[in-house]
Design a protein around this ligand. Structure first.
Ligand code: SF4
Length: 353
């Protein structure tokens, strides 16, 4: 059987050495690893939450060009920050990153410990560990889904976890014990890299794995079954939205303000009840869209109405705005909203043609 990483400190040192040399040979060249800085680490960690590296790359390049440091980000209007984030989703991250930059420039020096970082906007345990280990050299472990998967397989842990938080808690001590005092950031990035490229969820590439000699799941052919996590409980939601274009070719949009923090500052198609409209009997939607956000499976039905008096009255509300269809690029829309609006605008143009 493979060496016991939990109890054998010599095995842990061999593990660290093998992982480190593999990472030095095989790490993907990524822009935040190139001439690293605290700013690049923070921005990349925020962008990479819930988002794949390939999606983040163009956003990161544009962001660094437009807002090259904490001072530039702190001084930027929130609308510009959201516009640069447009399409990356989970917009609370952009607002928190903006607030974080403002908090950092107000201090004489950045905090140094994970505990201090966690007092800043948008910083949870994983991000605090990633920033302090990579940019400051604090020997602390990052435990996310990738690391849980690797550790569950290495240890052959077959117990079923309630959710990913419970699994992360279970593996926290082992993860900490594996972090070397020297170059802890490289170790954490190597674990992330291993989880992203070799110890992947389906069909892990065990024959290419630098730490396969420590892996119980590989020895017992159980890698694909681990970790065992209870399926997420999903919640269904139905949203009914309005598509309304007036005679001047302007579309009615709602600007989200403080009520729904994750959307604040974004424009979207208003919901029917927000403009005092109810569904008519047997009314059919123009289109139906489906998407999943965290644990919500959302069905969005989009209905159309002419811009009659009731709508003009509703449009006097401060959060509603008529935006010319040919000026939509000036407002910030979520990725799905921009796609739907283009699709419906094209249908409208084709129908009117
Ligand atoms: Fe993952 Fe396979 Fe490596 Fe084990 S040997 S850590 S299952 S890739």
């Amino acid at each position: 059987m493979p060496a016991d990483l939990t109890h054998d400190s010599a095995a842990r040192r061999r593990f660290q050495a093998r992982l480190r040399s593999w990472y030095r040979r095989s790490a993907r060249p990524l822009p935040w690893r190139d001439e690293p800085s605290l700013y690049k680490t923070v921005v990349s960690e925020f962008m990479l939450q819930q988002t794949q590296v390939s999606t983040v790359l163009p956003y990161f390049a544009r962001w660094l060009k437009e807002l090259p440091d904490f001072a530039a980000l702190a001084a930027a209007p929130v609308e510009r920050v959201l516009k640069l984030w447009e399409g990356l989703g989970y917009y609370t991250r952009a607002r928190n990153l903006h607030r974080l930059a403002q908090a950092l420039v107000a201090r004489s020096t950045p905090p140094r410990t994970p505990t201090e970082w966690r007092e800043l906007p948008g910083i949870g345990p994983y991000t605090a560990a990633a920033i302090t280990s990579i940019a400051i050299g604090v020997p602390t472990a990052c435990v996310d889904g990738n690391v849980v998967r690797i550790l569950a397989r290495l240890t052959g842990e077959t117990r079923a976890f309630r959710d990913s938080t419970a699994a992360a808690k279970h593996f926290a001590a082992l993860a900490e014990s594996l972090v070397p005092a020297k170059n802890p950031g490289d170790h954490n990035q190597a674990m992330m890299e291993l989880g992203a490229t070799v110890c992947v969820r389906r069909a892990p590439r065990c024959s290419e794995c630098p730490v396969s000699q420590f892996c119980i799941a590989q020895a017992t052919d159980t890698a694909e079954d681990l970790p065992r996590l209870a399926p997420k409980k999903m919640e269904a939601r139905l949203v009914r939205r309005l598509w309304c274009v007036d005679a001047q070719g302007r579309l009615l949009l709602r600007r989200s303000e403080t009520g729904r923090r994750q959307l604040a500052g974004l424009h979207e198609l208003p919901e029917l009840d927000e403009v005092g409209l109810a569904l008519r009997q047997k009314e059919k939607p123009l289109t139906v869209k489906r998407r999943t956000i965290t644990r919500f499976q959302i069905t969005e039905e989009i209905y159309t109405r002419p811009p009659d008096a009731a709508l003009r009255h509703a449009a006097n509300q401060s959060t509603l705005e008529w935006v010319p269809l040919d000026e939509l690029s000036r407002v910030t829309l979520s990725g799905p909203h921009r796609r739907w609006i283009h699709e419906l605008a094209n249908i409208r143009a084709a129908t009117n043609a």
